[in-house]
Design a protein around this ligand. Structure first.
Ligand code: NAD
Length: 487
């Protein structure tokens, strides 16, 4: 396994102008030096991507040839998943069970989109005119700047890279400064395996320098961003200034709704999976549990009991359930949000206290009586903190769930099929899980509503996010026309 990280720019793997340290949150110390890109590295990466767009090896590749390269990416992932998973676990503290399963699944994304890369067909619309043949072709958007968060680096990169490559785009990725290792290594492995130079480039460094240079770069045609709503808004504004499209996968405050007819054991398991897996550091975290009043005491007691059995520890151990919080500043933020919730009237029924001042772990925390006007009800914690609230009617449950500026996901626990369909339709979110939570596949679209962002990832149409249409009109009869009238 490598512990020397290099950026991939065109056909070269190289260091930066300086290095910065990435923290192993479990050991609480720096574990690897990461290259810091200079603005010239971003220029170089974008130039390499632009060159690849027209190179015979990539720009000139047919759909089936691109498909073969996507299969190559999948094979590289399969062969190196365990190494990449360990890099992620060391970098962001997520348990090895989760990082391994996630990265082993990513090959499926590239194979799925490989199957679409040779089906990017044009159309031949009826122009409504006898003397005109019209056809429409789809062209790649061009160079995509992909900006990633730290919580699931390879998976969230894959959501963008697989459809972008299927469409024929080239990508310059900027991983999070908190967990850059797996993406840097992945790019190096792809270059070694024969992905043409410039197709996939990675530059590392801070968001305020490297991220901003990438978004502002005149050679970037589209920005695909996953991260916080605050930064997403800035990125979209910058992209808007340049009049280039952006897609944004942002934060959430998702509700897990348990109706009185639900299978209680399954619902409790779903609540635990929704908020305590990965220590709540997932965009789809089910951070608000809405429970039918007749089940409220029972479900709350079971959630609290199950939360107390969660095994926190070394994320590299296969028996650990949750690892540490990714970095100290984030832990402080989680803790201060819980303190504020308590000042706003919430009651702590589980967790709520850091184990020790120097611990990087935050315990599974359950809050009741969270005021609907409070920050805890409305703002994303991105940590293991659950707000529990009772409801009396289906209408009230829907109103509570929709009482959010976000709209990423929701869970519905019921054995009543009609209710499942009714409630799913009424929820203003991009994903609804019925009797399940936090399941994922390349085939199901993933996109937010409201301040959770816009722009579909996953599903067949995701390729369309990286394509644009060109209409070609051909006059077939040589007939003359009035030059002063549009026709
Ligand atoms: P973040 O917004 O702090 O950072 C995301 C990325 O943006 C990083 O690479 C960062 O360096 C970069 N960045 C920061 N400032 C920038 C700027 N001015 N210009 C360009 N780039 C800049 O987010 P994070 O803390 O890394 O991740 C956690 C957030 O991501 C949470 O809000 C979570 O909900 C969200 N998230 C969303 C999804 C989704 O699919 N909806 C998935 C995972 C995480």
């Amino acid at each position: 396994m490598t512990e020397i990280l290099r950026m991939t720019i065109g056909g070269e793997c190289r260091p930066g102008v300086a290095t910065f340290s990435s923290l192993d949150p479990y050991l609480g110390k720096a574990w690897v030096d990461v290259p810091e890109a200079a603005e010239s590295d971003v220029d170089g990466a974008v130039a390499a991507a632009r060159q690849a767009l027209t190179s015979p090896a990539w720009g000139g590749a047919t759909g089936p040839e691109r498909a073969a390269l996507l299969h190559l990416v999948a094979d590289v992932l399969d062969a190196n998943a365990d190494e990449l998973a360990l890099l992620e676990t060391r970098d962001n503290g997520k348990v090895i069970r989760e990082t391994t399963a996630q990265i082993r699944s990513c090959g499926g994304w590239y194979r799925y989109f490989a199957g679409l890369s040779d089906k990017i067909n044009g159309t031949l619309p009826d122009t409504g005119r006898k003397n005109y043949l019209g056809y429409v072709v789809s062209e790649p958007v061009g160079v995509v700047g992909a900006i990633l968060p730290w919580n699931s680096p390879i998976l969230l990169l894959t959501f963008k890279l697989a459809p972008a490559l299927a469409a024929g785009c080239c990508v310059v990725a900027k991983p999070s400064e908190h967990a850059p290792a797996s993406i840097l290594r992945f790019a190096e492995l792809l270059l070694e395996a024969g992905l043409p130079p410039g197709v996939f480039n990675v530059v590392s460094g801070s968001g305020s320098a490297v991220g901003e240079w990438l978004v502002a770069h005149p050679g970037v045609d589209k920005v695909a961003f996953t991260g916080s709503t605050t930064v997403g808004r800035q990125v979209a504004a910058k992209a808007g200034e340049r009049l280039i499209p952006s897609s944004l996968e942002l934060g959430g405050k998702s509700a897990n709704i348990v109706f009185a007819d639900a299978d209680i054991e399954a619902a409790v398991n779903g609540i635990i999976a929704g908020i305590f897996a990965a220590s709540g550091q997932t965009c789809v975290a089910g951070s608000r549990a809405l429970i039918a009043r007749e089940l409220y005491d029972d479900v709350l007691a079971r959630v609290v009991a199950r939360a107390s059995t969660i095994r926190m520890g070394d994320p590299k151990s296969w028996t650990t359930d949750v690892g540490p919080i990714c970095f100290p500043g984030h832990l402080t933020r989680i803790d201060s949000m819980v303190r504020k919730a308590v000042r706003d009237g919430a009651a702590v029924v589980a967790g709520g206290e850091r184990e020790a001042a120097d611990s990087q772990f935050y315990p599974a925390t359950v809050l009741t009586d969270v005021a609907m006007t409070s920050m805890m009800w409305h703002e994303e914690v991105f940590g293991p903190v659950l707000a529990v609230m009772p409801f009396d009617t289906e209408g009230e449950a829907i109103t509570l769930a929709n009482d959010s500026k976000y709209g990423l996901a929701a869970g519905v626990w019921t054995n009543d099929l009609r209710r499942a369909v009714r409630v799913s339709a009424a929820l203003q979110v991009g994903t609804v899980w019925v009797n399940s939570y936090r399941t994922l596949t390349f085939a199901m679209p993933f996109e937010g509503r409201g301040q959770s962002g816009f722009g579909q990832e996953n599903g067949i149409e995701a390729v369309g996010q990286f394509l644009r249409r060109k209409s070609v009109w051909i006059e077939t009869e040589g007939s003359s026309r009035d030059p002063f009238v549009v026709g």
